[in-house]
Ligand binder design. Structure first.
Ligand SMILES: C[S@@+](CC[C@H](N)C(=O)[O-])C[C@H]1O[C@@H](n2cnc3c(N)ncnc32)[C@H](O)[C@@H]1O
Length: 293
């Protein structure tokens, strides 16, 4: 359909997104086109403008101990800037041998060879367990194909920054507009898995320890939960999960008692933390829980 001049603007031709189910189905078939055409680029080389690279790395809140992976690293600019300006170890993965050659040349010129590594391989086959930050400038269906791998291999608290493309129903924690609002960055933190039931000992506002059962339902970083204690079921309020940090408020369990806000850390199937009373009464109240299912 042609737009009438002056009334509508026709959107430019874009890459037509493949439905993610089709990509996943094709990848599972040993000889099907996507698999048998390997090595094949899922995305063409289009470099991120340097100004946006700087914004992506600032958005990642890099610390010296971080290890950054750029999946589909192109000419290596994200990897090299992370090493040069933020001092972090960085790894670039690209399927195209020409790109890897140019990355290596650029890293020598930038004087960062000891802090960077480039690997020619398919990003879907890369081992991401070492990464604490992953940067992406791919395409929508490639992000979606990568989503289960990122959630499986990255540790809770790892950050993902994607230039331009989302992960569909996995909503970002932050959305940033950069380069005079012309570009969008999507930022996620890998959430810990808290889904299920936890047997728990917690101290309430009267200072006494109680046995309780916490139960959480989780979709990505969105969590709802209940607490069963003293024969009562209570809905947890203001539940927030950021990486391995889980925070929630236990409402007053009977009239006259205080709500308690617990700040916990999820690690190796345990939940540990402490609670504080609302309205300024400071009282440290311990919480320990172990997963039961
Ligand atoms: C849009 S460019 C992004 C380059 C760089 N990350 C940046 O932001 O400047 C995408 C890159 O992904 C690479 N690529 C495409 N499909 C790939 C795959 N399956 N595995 C690894 N790299 C891939 C391409 O060769 C290209 O260099």
């Amino acid at each position: 359909m042609r737009a009438r001049a002056g009334l509508l603007t026709v959107p430019p031709v874009r890459w037509a997104p493949l439905p993610v189910e089709r990509v996943e189905r094709e990848r599972a078939m040993p000889y099907f086109p996507l698999a048998s055409r390997r090595p094949v680029r899922d995305v063409p080389f289009v470099p991120t403008p340097q100004e946006v690279v700087d914004d992506m790395l600032r958005a990642a809140r890099l610390r010296e101990t971080d290890v950054l992976f750029d999946l589909g690293c192109g000419d290596g600019r994200i990897v090299i800037t992370a090493a040069r300006s933020f001092g972090v170890r960085s790894v670039g993965i690209d399927i195209d041998p020409e790109r890897i050659k140019s990355c290596e040349k650029n890293a020598i010129e930038a004087g960062v060879v000891e802090r960077v590594r480039f690997e020619q391989q398919d990003l879907f086959a890369a081992d991401l367990r070492e990464a604490t930050v992953v940067t992406l400038y791919l395409l929508p269906w490639v992000n979606l194909g990568l989503r289960p791998k990122l959630l499986k291999e990255l540790r809770p608290g790892s950050r993902i920054i994607s230039h331009a493309f989302s992960m569909k129903e996995w909503l970002p924690d932050r959305l940033l507009r950069v380069m005079n609002r012309k570009k969008v960055l999507y930022c996620w933190t890998i959430p810990a898995n808290v889904q299920g039931r936890w047997n728990c000992t917690l101290r309430l506002d009267d200072g006494r320890c109680r046995e309780a059962v916490l139960e959480f339902e989780q979709e990505y970083q969105t969590v709802i939960g209940t607490c069963r204690a003293m024969g009562r079921d209570m809905t947890l309020e203001r539940v927030r999960l950021v990486g391995p940090e889980l925070c929630f408020t236990l409402p007053e369990h009977r009239p006259g008692t205080s709500p308690v806000t617990y700040q916990c850390r999820v690690e190796d199937g345990t939940l540990r933390g402490s609670g504080r009373l609302a309205e300024g009464r400071v009282m440290e109240l311990g919480l320990r829980a172990r997963r039961s299912i």
